[in-house]
Write a protein that binds this ligand. Structure first.
Ligand code: KIV
Length: 304
């Protein structure tokens, strides 16, 4: 077996990501929130699967990522775990699950690992989040950082818009990224940052960087499964590319099903179970003898 074939089968670890960065091999990351999409990510050979808090919008119908709870994230992460083998599985720590104290951050990171089988966790922001990241990393759980547009605190950033477009903002992104690296994060997501800014910052870091709306200078890319597969509707961020039309495919399937039920052409002969004529005759006979009447009456009797 060649080294390439071995790598294609081996589980993705933090060490493997460092090797990929060193070799200039792009890291492919995608979100998943359930068993079938986890299986699809596995089969497609991606390197990292994130159970993102974007599940709040994509599968739970919330308006932002803020309301999703730790228990909801755990339920989704457990389903993804069951569908995944080779890729690294990262559980996103939702808003409110890590900010208040290092103890809270470590306890919830441990839940992601212990209760959902995640290999690592992700949290958003620099500053105090870097301190939380250090506490989690020191407890033995690998942590991924996330800088630039951090949707959990988008209101404080002026909305869901690109970050680092002024020198001052870009310095803040760079400071956050450096603090997360120093805190022990094994990798950092750059979201919605001009490509040239991402390049300047990424080149000053030693850990692998994963971009979403940060151009080509990062060591890998991440997209939300429901965006890339065309399951989400409505306006998309500039950085989203739809690689498939899963919603259109599913919609057309459900429409065809509804039409066939209404026309009576489904179910057809091949979808129907058969029964021996002798058994059917036996049933008819028993019904005529009143089998149903007596069982009904005994049920009524028992109700008094
Ligand atoms: O929740 C999410 O999907 C994310 C990615 C955009 C990185 O955090």
């Amino acid at each position: 077996m060649s080294a390439g074939e071995r790598d294609a089968k081996a589980k993705v670890t933090t060490a493997r990501l460092i090797e990929m960065k060193a070799a200039g091999e792009p890291i492919v990351m995608v979100t998943a929130y359930d068993y079938p999409t986890a299986q699809i990510a596995e089969e497609a050979g991606v390197d990292i699967v994130l159970v993102g808090d974007s599940a709040a919008n994509c599968v739970l119908g919330y308006e932002s990522t803020v309301p999703i709870e730790m228990d909801e994230m755990l339920m989704l992460a457990r389903a993804v775990r069951r569908g995944l083998d080779r890729p690294m599985l990262i559980g996103d720590l939702p808003f409110g699950s890590y900010e208040a104290s290092n103890e809270l951050a470590v306890a919830n990171a441990q839940r992601m690992v212990k209760e959902a089988g995640c290999d690592a966790v992700k949290l958003e922001g620099g500053g105090q989040s870097a301190e939380r990241a250090a506490a989690i990393a020191n407890s033995g759980i690998p942590v991924m950082g996330h800088v630039g547009l951090t949707p959990q605190t988008a209101t404080a950033l002026g909305g869901m818009k690109a970050q680092g477009k002024t020198a001052e903002q870009a310095v803040r992104v760079a400071v956050d990224a450096a603090a997360l690296e120093k805190a022990g994060c094994f990798s950092i997501v750059f979201e919605a940052i001009p490509e040239a800014v991402a390049e300047l910052i990424a080149h000053r870091l030693t850990v692998p960087t994963i971009g979403i709306g940060a151009g080509n200078a990062t060591d890998g890319q991440v997209l939300v499964m429901h965006d890339l597969a065309g399951l989400n509707t409505g306006p998309m961020a500039k950085f989203v590319k739809r690689f498939a039309d899963a919603r259109g495919e599913i919609l057309s399937g459900v429409e065809k099903y509804a039409a066939e039920v209404r026309s009576g052409s489904f179910p057809a002969a091949e979808h129907v179970y058969s029964v021996e004529p002798r058994e059917l005759e036996g049933l008819r006979h028993r019904l005529e003898e009143g089998a149903l009447d007596s069982s009904y009456s005994s049920d009524w009797d028992s109700l008094g």
